[in-house]
Design a protein around this ligand. Structure first.
Ligand code: G6P
Length: 370
């Protein structure tokens, strides 16, 4: 056990710090930044079918469901493809409207989650093309799908998923880019720029891990005993707000909610007082002005602002009690960066609270019951 942790006190921390390598492994041999190409061998034979699909449904559970939500934004923005995201458990029991000409994409780290597997079988029976994004090679889901892409993030032991999430988002980004190029929804030059940037992401993750480790520890010390947390994000970073809240809940047992920032005024705002830390993910340029208004609404009610923001965003920084800046990137790639400090924050809070980080109570790494 100790050898496998490679000097880290927990698998979760090791896996957080492994992300630069995991993402580089995930990209290796699949993108060519010089030529501006993406090649996903596992779905090459069905790419034409995906291009022609009436619609794409993505089904998953837990953290993988959050990466599916990021995927929805990516597929729609880059490839103009109609996408719906479903909880696997809801999809399968709803007599789903899916059939020939549709694509079901399932996402699962373990490849064994019972509800996700059942959704896959249901869609295949109804004639849909079924694709998978899995981490565990040889897993049931990866064997039963028609085609798929492995994340190659390496074994993930900590129950709370970290590197598998970012690797799933990287795969979804590559799929969206390949689809966009095939459909002609982005130009060759634009695609090349995106692919060059995607190639830089592992390095940027590395930079964040170096730069924000100390600040997240400091934040964790201050907020260890907060009874509640609220996470707000917009656009691509709304799913990151959900994921940040889930990470905290899972390992520290603090109640946390993720919300699309604008929805705050339809409920959660009633909870805000000086006891409520609000984590604001303000790193999506095209919605930043609106985020600043949300921050002001929180501050007017004495909520305490922790922000994840783009470098040199002095407006956000001034309004925040703590802020962590991330290197600049395209808005649509920002979830790969903004989620990193949130993983660390939940980890350090859980450690301070003496929680069993790698094996939280009541949770399992892979849920094989329906
Ligand atoms: C469990 C794990 C989560 C995971 C979810 C889905 O709840 O604790 O970390 O996100 O299952 O698992 P999968 O293997 O299908 O991605």
């Amino acid at each position: 056990d100790e050898i496998e942790k490679a000097g880290y006190p927990h698998f979760m921390l090791k896996e957080i710090f492994e992300q630069p390598k995991a993402l580089a492994d995930c990209l290796r041999g699949r993108i060519n930044p010089k030529k501006g190409t993406v090649q996903l061998g596992g779905v090459a034979d069905v790419m034409d079918q995906i291009v022609k699909a009436n619609r794409i449904v993505i089904a998953a559970c837990g953290t993988s469901w959050h990466s599916a939500l990021v995927g929805e934004y990516l597929f729609e923005y880059l490839a103009k493809a109609p996408v719906e995201v479903e909880y696997a458990s809801e999809f399968r029991y709803r007599d789903p409207l899916i059939g020939e000409g549709d694509v079901l994409l399932v996402i699962s780290q373990s490849g064994e989650t019972a509800d996700t597997l059942a959704a896959l079988r249901e869609a295949r029976e109804r004639g849909a093309l079924v694709l998978g994004i899995c981490n565990v090679v040889g897993s049931t889901i990866s064997r039963e799908t028609d085609a798929g892409v492995f994340t190659h993030a390496g074994p993930e032991i900590g129950v709370a998923s970290t590197k598998a999430f970012t690797a799933q988002v990287v795969v979804l980004t590559m799929m969206a880019l390949e689809l966009a190029m095939r459909k002609g929804t982005i130009t060759k030059e634009k695609a090349k720029k995106y692919i060059k940037e995607l190639d830089q992401i592992p390095g940027k993750v590395e930079q964040i891990l170096k730069e924000c480790d100390e600040t997240t520890r400091e934040m964790a010390r201050l907020f260890t005993y907060a009874p509640n947390f609220l996470y707000l994000g917009r656009s691509y970073n709304f799913p990151v707000a959900l994921e940040g809240a889930l990470k905290l809940k899972e390992i520290s047992y603090i109640h946390a909610e993720g919300y699309p920032a604008a929805e705050m005024k339809h409920g959660p705002i009633a909870l805000i007082d000086e006891m409520m830390p609000v984590v604001v993910i303000a790193a999506t340029d095209h919605t930043n002005d609106k985020m600043i208004s949300n921050i002001e609404e929180v501050k007017a009610r004495k909520g305490r602002i922790i922000s994840i923001m783009n470098k040199e965003n002095s407006d956000v920084e001034e309004l925040s009690e703590f802020s962590i800046s991330i290197p600049s990137t395209y808005d649509c790639f920002s979830p790969l960066l903004t989620v990193i400090p949130l993983q660390l924050l939940s980890y350090y809070i859980a450690v301070n609270r003496g929680c069993n980080v790698d094996q939280p109570r009541n949770l399992a790494k892979s849920v094989t019951v329906e």
